[in-house]
Design a protein around this ligand. Structure first.
Ligand code: SF4
Length: 308
C-alpha cells in the first residue's frame, strides 16, 4: 500500500468516525468497480463492532442501490436482493428535471363533480399558498387555470404574464384575446375548454421559466391533466412543447402540426398566441388554423360556417 493510499484511508476512517457520531452506521457502496477497496475500509472501520453488525454492514455495503424513477415508489429488487434502508440522516436526491412518466393514466375517469372538487382542493390547498420555487417571491397571484373541468381540449401555455399575474387568470390581455378568437373559430367558447400553464406563477419580466422552476411546478399540471383527462392537449409555444416532449432541443417550426402522445392523450403542438401577434402573417395564422383543424377532426367537430 502506498503512502498516499494510507493517508486517504486514515482520512476516510476519521470521516466515518465523525459520521457515525451523527448516526451514520454504514456507507452504501456500488457493487461494481472498486468494491474491494471500499469494502475493506468499511470492514476495518467496524472491526470492533459485534460480528452480527459487521455482517449487516457488509451486506448493506455490497448491495447495489437503484434509485426509484420519478413518480414511482421504490421497491425491493428481488428476494435475494432485499431493499436497502437509506442512512437515517440523508434524504434521497431529487432530479432537477422530472423524468416524464410515459405510461397512460390508468385510473378510471372521474365524474364531473369529483373533478371540480379535486381541482378546487388542489388550487385552494396547494397551489395558492405554494412557495416551492423562487417564483413565489415576485408573484401577485398564482394562476391555477380555468375552464370546463370536463373539457375534451386542454390548452397549455408557458406561464402567466403581467395581466395574468394581476388577475390570477390564464391568457388575459392581447394573447388571451387571440386565443379566444382561435377557440371561437373552432365553434367553442372559452368556458368549453380548459386553459393552464406549465408554471403557475409569473416569471419576472416574462422570462422563460427556468428548468428547476418547471420541474418544481409541473406536478400540479400533471395532476390537473390526470383529473380532467382531456381527449386532446394543445400546447401553445416552445416551452410547453419542450416540457411535454422532455426534449430541450425541439424546434417549434418542425414540431407543430404533428400529432404526439402524452400519457395516452393525443397532443398537438402549435404556436403561442403572443408569437402569432408578433409574426402576424398569413403563413403563421394559416399554420395555427391548420393545427386547430386537425384537433377538430380528431374530436369529430366541424368549424362554424363563418370560420370555414
Ligand atoms: S411557480 Fe409553481 S412551484 Fe413555483 S411557487 Fe408558483 S406554484 Fe409553486
Amino acid at each position: 500500500m502506498g503512502e498516499g493510499e494510507g493517508a486517504i484511508q486514515n482520512r476516510v476512517r476519521l470521516w466515518l468516525r465523525s459520521e457515525r457520531a451523527f448516526g451514520l452506521n454504514f456507507v452504501p457502496v456500488q457493487s461494481v468497480g472498486g468494491l474491494q477497496r471500499h469494502d475493506a475500509i468499511v470492514q476495518s472501520n467496524v472491526a470492533s463492532s459485534p460480528p452480527q453488525k459487521m455482517a449487516d454492514d457488509q451486506r448493506r455495503a455490497t448491495t447495489t442501490v437503484t434509485p426509484p424513477r420519478f413518480g414511482q415508489p421504490s421497491a425491493p429488487t428481488s428476494e435475494s436482493s432485499p431493499a436497502v434502508e437509506p442512512p437515517r440522516n440523508t434524504a434521497p436526491l431529487k432530479p432537477l428535471v422530472p423524468m416524464p412518466s410515459a405510461e397512460p393514466f390508468d385510473a378510471p375517469t372521474l365524474p364531473r363533480e369529483d373533478k371540480a372538487r379535486r381541482l378546487t382542493a388542489l388550487d385552494n390547498n396547494e397551489v395558492r399558498g405554494c412557495t416551492k420555487c423562487r417564483l413565489c417571491e415576485t408573484r401577485s397571484n398564482t394562476v391555477f387555470g380555468e375552464g370546463d373541468v370536463d373539457s375534451k381540449i386542454f390548452f397549455i401555455g408557458e406561464g402567466p404574464g403581467e395581466n395574468e399575474d394581476l388577475q390570477g387568470r390564464p391568457f388575459v390581455g392581447r394573447a388571451g384575446e387571440m386565443l379566444d378568437k382561435w377557440i371561437a373559430a373552432m365553434g367553442l367558447r372559452r368556458g368549453d375548454v380548459f386553459i393552464a400553464n406549465i408554471v403557475k406563477c409569473r416569471p419576472p419580466g416574462n422570462r422563460v421559466p427556468m428548468p428547476d422552476e418547471v420541474a418544481t411546478c409541473t406536478p400540479y399540471l400533471e395532476r390537473q391533466l390526470e383529473i380532467i383527462r382531456p381527449k386532446v392537449i394543445v400546447t401553445l409555444g416552445l416551452p410547453a412543447l419542450k416540457y411535454m416532449a422532455n426534449d430541450p432541443k425541439l424546434a417549434m417550426g418542425r414540431s407543430r402540426g404533428t400529432w404526439r402522445e402524452w400519457r395516452g392523450i393525443r397532443w398537438m403542438p402549435t404556436f403561442h398566441p403572443a408569437y402569432v401577434l408578433r409574426q402576424y402573417t398569413e403563413e403563421t395564422r394559416s399554420a395555427v388554423w391548420s393545427d386547430l383543424q386537425r384537433v377538430m377532426k380528431e374530436l369529430g367537430m366541424s368549424p362554424p360556417e363563418r370560420a370555414k
